[in-house]
Ligand binder design. Structure first.
Ligand code: CA
Length: 225
């Protein structure tokens, strides 16, 4: 679970970061609106905590922009008490929830959990793509009556490919999503895991495959193409 915090007051981001990381969430921080939008557009986050008053671009502007781009990442707006009108505008613009500053750790975690749970309910316990299926709780990859267990990294990588089947995912996007935004992992590492997955596909004898698209990135496809 990776959460982006977009907020320009360092004291607040430090506080939120500490609370969330203690609960086992991974976090990234953007300190201004432009950077925030850029991060959200990477589409690697499970949740965004978005302040309204930000340098360069307001939280409301960001929200309108990403919803227009059909990025559906859940957003919780962080508002000051005086910004009650913004709160309504924000919900209209596609925010999922809002919190009034200052808030305590308990309230923050309750809101985050509610959002994450809502999302998990929608998520099926098994993901299907072409002729393969992936169990999200046991990490078991299956084709027909054969199955094989994946490691956590293999699972995260394949889940991302399956949820975006047929699309080319750039190496940078995959590294950000699977290894994290500030990762030191290199392309080599990704290639190693692609090889692991291909071996498992071969073992299962599935027609689904991972293809390398001209050095740009990888795509999960059906058949030989
Ligand atoms: Ca602010």
């Amino acid at each position: 679970m990776r959460i982006l915090i977009v907020e320009d007051e360092k004291e607040i981001t430090d506080g939120i970061k500490a609370i969330l990381e203690k609960e086992g969430y991974s976090t990234d921080v953007a300190y201004d609106g432009k950077k925030g939008l850029e991060c959200i557009e990477n589409n690697i986050y499970d949740l965004v905590l978005l302040d309204i008053m930000l340098p360069y671009m307001s939280g409301i502007e960001i929200l309108k922009e990403i919803r227009e781009e059909e990025i559906q990442t859940p957003v919780i707006l962080l508002t000051a008490k005086s910004q009650i009108d913004d709160k309504i505008t924000g919900l209209d613009a596609g925010a999922d929830d809002y919190m009034t500053k200052p808030f305590d750790a308990g309230e923050l975690l309750a809101r985050v959990r509610a959002r994450v749970r809502n999302n998990a309910d929608v998520k099926k316990s098994i993901i299907y793509a072409y002729d393969i299926s992936l169990d999200i709780s046991t990490y078991k990859l299956s084709f027909g009556d054969k199955s094989v267990k994946l490691s956590k990294t293999e699972y995260q990588l394949l889940e991302y490919l399956m949820l975006n089947k047929g699309q080319v995912l750039s190496k940078d996007m995959i590294l950000d999503k699977v290894w994290g935004y500030e990762t030191d992992s290199e392309y080599n590492n990704l290639e190693v895991y692609i090889t692991f997955l291909r071996k498992k596909f071969a073992f299962l004898n599935t027609k689904t495959s991972i293809v390398n698209k001209k050095g740009i990135g990888y795509s999960l496809v059906s058949g030989e193409n």
